[in-house]
Design a protein around this ligand. Sequence first.
Ligand SMILES: Nc1nc2c(ncn2[C@@H]2O[C@H](COP(=O)(O)OP(=O)(O)OP(=O)(O)O)[C@@H](O)[C@H]2O)c(=O)[nH]1
Ligand SMILES: [Mg+2]
Length: 206
Amino acid sequence: MLKASGVVLAGGKSSRMGTNKALLAVHGQTMIEHVVEEMRKAFREVIIVTNEPHLYSGLGVRVITDLIPGLGPLSGIHAGLTASSYEYSFVTACDMPFIDHRLAAYLVQEAPGYDVVVPQKGDYLEPLHAVYSKACIAPIKMCLENRIFKIIAFYPAVKVKFVGIERMRPLADLEKVFFNVNTPQELVHAREMAKGEKHGPKDSGS
Ligand SMILES: Nc1nc2c(ncn2[C@@H]2O[C@H](COP(=O)(O)OP(=O)(O)OP(=O)(O)O)[C@@H](O)[C@H]2O)c(=O)[nH]1
Ligand SMILES: [Mg+2]
């Protein structure tokens, strides 16, 4: 297990879904259970960042709140990096039901010498499936204080490694791994994709 943290953001409003999406099930477990399970396979510490800590106290990992609530994912990253016991944190969302611990670990292993390791597909980045160092805390705070909430806004202030997703193909199903569930339609799609992939928490074994 890597000496790094897995930080799971779960402080959103789920306004497009209309109900707390972290607690919706895809492949036999809630999305947040799946993400936490994968993070535990890779990292010594797992931290959930939420503003409703009571909802996640049963998952057996650290649960913390935003230091500056109501400002979106960048504030969650800020709180997670601040709380982390390690220099590096892999930060992800509670709505990514196909996340894979091997890919998360790979990105952390790419991190020495950098402050951010972020997957890149063409012009598009995956900042909620990325690694951040403690050096990001101060520039993120500055963004939040200036009411700048776009996650990648602070990247020019730190050392960023862009990892083309083609390099990840051997480790993960790229069609699925970055898929995030925002709407009821995407939930239906995620459940379709999950079919035949992974069964309930306990298989009969026969
Ligand atoms: N800790 C924390 N996490 C957040 C915050 N806002 C969003 N997130 C998380 O960031 C991730 C990506 O956000 P979205 O996919 O937009 O989720 P959301 O904000 O709940 O959904 P919408 O209201 O539909 O935009 C999800 O895991 C959210 O739970 C916040 O203010 N604090
Ligand atoms: Mg999302």
